[in-house]
Write a protein that binds this ligand. Structure first.
Ligand SMILES: Cc1cc2nc3c(=O)[nH]c(=O)nc-3n(C[C@H](O)[C@H](O)[C@H](O)COP(=O)(O)O)c2cc1C
Length: 329
């Protein structure tokens, strides 16, 4: 069976990709993930704030007349500037495995930090995943302002590098399809759907914010499923499904609606990195039972463009369900 797929112009041996998380900070994990069947690995994000802190520190040293700092860190982003550890992580991961290693850049504004993408490319990243983690809590910002920010950051990064760039997006746009199409036309090589925003809870006894990160559960695949089904076949860029994969069942569902690759973090954090083998073997077993010869036999077969009953995705179906009482507890 041919499980290979194309993602961001790269050929991957199968559609299973490790999404950004601290798991890949450990090179032992990176090796094990490859051994267990991962076809590519996204490294944890480097954050705009970290890059800017480093630039500030460099400028402070220069202002204090530290000539050594000056010769080592020429003004603004140069090849020697930026959180070195992240570039080392890229280099070490590249040396450790044969599968593509994707760097993740996380920020919100179009400023100098974007130039760091170039250094990620030079360190050996096969592609860059751009996570514009931006919560528009400023009530003066319009939807158009927010969208323009995404396009500006993408074009800034695209100018800085020649490797592919994917956009990791949240679902919270008033017209997500149009946003994706705009980024597609602006040169995004792919889309990771979706990013999960951190959502704080409240501790009512302490009257404080609870700062924890909940791992996902399988019910969360439904929103990405809906959108991937709508986008598949309508954009040039490739599509990575991200959120809610706990077993091979969710992987297969994502492929059916049109994902080129399927990413996972929570399941690996819950069960350990060796769980990648369970996902891989489960995927092989499922595809064999369907007598699939190659992934394209099933990919997108249940996308919005492919199914006969398009209403099943839509408002009409919602009304039908409400009237029939077919809800699950
Ligand atoms: C502990 C943890 C750390 C994460 N770190 C990052 C990160 O650095 N950058 C990023 O883009 N996403 C990060 N994510 C989000 C994941 O990459 C992924 O998009 C999200 O968890 C949904 O996928 P899942 O349901 O398979 O967990 C993190 C998630 C978790 C649980």
């Amino acid at each position: 069976m041919d499980m290979s797929t194309r993602y961001l112009g790269l050929t991957l041996k199968n559609p299973l990709v490790v999404s950004a998380s601290p798991l890949a900070l450990d090179i032992g994990n990176v090796r094990k993930l490859e051994d267990c069947g991962a076809a590519a690995i996204v490294l944890p994000s480097i954050f705009q704030e970290d890059i800017e802190n480093e630039i500030d520190e460099m400028e402070r040293l220069i202002a204090e007349g530290n000539s050594e700092a000056f010769s080592y860190f020429p003004a603004h982003m140069s090849e020697n500037v930026g959180p070195k550890n992240y570039l080392d992580l890229i280099r070490k991961a590249r040396e450790a495995v044969d599968i593509p290693v994707i760097g993740s850049l996380n920020g919100t504004s179009r400023t100098g930090w974007i130039d760091y993408a170039k250094q990620m490319e030079e360190a050996g990243a096969s592609a860059i995943e751009l996570n514009v983690y931006f919560l528009a809590t400023d009530l003066a910002l319009s939807g158009a302002d927010v969208e323009a920010r995404y396009v500006e950051i993408l074009t800034g990064v695209k100018k800085a590098v020649s490797i592919p760039v994917s956009m990791k997006l949240s679902p919270y746009f008033s017209s997500l399809g149009h946003m994706v199409k705009t980024l597609d036309q602006a040169g995004a090589d792919g889309f990771v759907l979706f990013n999960r925003f951190y959502q704080p809870d409240i501790d009512l006894d302490e009257l404080s914010l609870v700062r924890d990160l909940k791992l996902s559960h399988k019910g969360e695949i439904r929103l990405p499923l809906l959108w991937i089904a709508a986008l598949a076949g309508n954009i040039k860029g490739s599509i990575a499904a991200s959120t809610g994969v706990q077993t091979a069942v969710e992987v297969v569902k994502y492929l059916f609606v049109g994902a080129d690759v399927v990413m996972t973090t929570s399941a690996l954090m819950r069960h350990g990195v060796g769980y990648m083998k369970t996902l891989h073997d489960g995927l092989v077993a499922d595809l064999k039972s369907r007598e699939v010869e190659k992934l394209s036999d099933i990919r997108g077969r249940m996308s919005r463009g492919a199914v006969k009953d398009v209403a099943a995705f839509d408002r009409v179906n919602y009304i039908r369900i409400l009237r029939s009482g077919a809800y699950n507890a």
